[in-house]
Design a protein around this ligand. Sequence first.
Ligand code: UD1
Length: 367
Amino acid sequence: MKTIELVAAARPNFMKIAPLWFAFAKEPWAKVRIVHTGQHYDFDMSDVFFQEFGLPTPHVHLGIGGGTHGQQTGRVLEAFEAHLLESRPDLVIVVGDVNATPAAALAAVKLGIPVAHLEAGLRSFDRTMPEEINRIITDDICDLLWTPSEDADAHLLRQSIPPKRIERVGNIMIDTLVMLQGRIGGNPVLADWGLQEKSYGVVTLHRPSNVDAPEQMELIVDQLLQCAKQLPLVFPVHPRTRANLEKFGMWETLQNSPFTIVGPQPYLAFMRLVTASRAVITDSGGVQEETSYVGIPCLTLRENTERPVTITHGTNRLVKPEQLATCLCEALEKNVSPANIPLWDGKTAGRVVKSVERFFMQGGGHA
Ligand code: UD1
């Protein structure tokens, strides 16, 4: 029996561990546990996803909560190390690029516990982005690096990572989408809110570069108001964004605008909203991938992306805030179709399981 611990901290991590949990739970040789660090703690940002996906209550909850980057990273390092000293799993799996990802990987690797990174090798080459630093550090210290696309492999090799650590397994977010496709289609959110298919757009914003500075936030809100004249907008507001909109005195403006303003949405409702929309405006990483896979035009309010395959093969376009309304107009005139990206096929978790089996067969030590 091999014990595997899946580490999850924040909203986008829960979509990534769900297919892994189900894939490992089926294996007679694997005992799998979920460790929740507690970075996201509101029901709408955390528990609802465990319920929707049918995941068990996390076996361990580190209760880290919010804080500065240093606080979040330091607290996970300390608390996860203390946990590992007791639990001593055979493998730790970290996902994505949130603050817990490098912290948990560091705690494990220093105790001699092998650690794997799923969604390895993504690079925006923008070191002002906290996630970029998390990605670089995590990839350097992990024993197994599971990548979603060819560019990711190349980035790791350029970082002098030995090729034997790298394996392209595909995109885990697509597994979740495929797994839940039927339930997404049956979700009643459109009827509940009186929305017609293909008659509205969806907005999500939470990157510090967009929502932490009043001038940038004001520019974006102004453009969104112009966009709303072309297409009604549904805007599920992230807690960081809401707090800043309130602080900058813009929350009232939005409340009185033609937008549908709602709180963070559960996965099924959110994906139903996205799949039935005309276009999506976002700064999320995962949403760039999901819109490409389902063939919905995506305007990404960022200067760069660590997921360039969504531009070259998908429906994504990077836009500057001041171009947003014009770009939306152009996007509405174009026909787009779902992207066909190699290994974005709903079978990534199965490839991860095979990779882990091979890893243990070869001795299961540090690579
Ligand atoms: C974090 C991740 C980001 C990811 C995003 C998804 C890092 C560096 N950032 O950013 O990569 O795309 O999650 O949401 O790890 N808050 C609540 N309730 C919650 C969670 C957060 O009110 O359940 C508040 C926090 O107290 C904080 C703010 O929202 O004030 C931001 O949360 P934080 O976890 O620091 O970063 P995110 O912006 O969510």
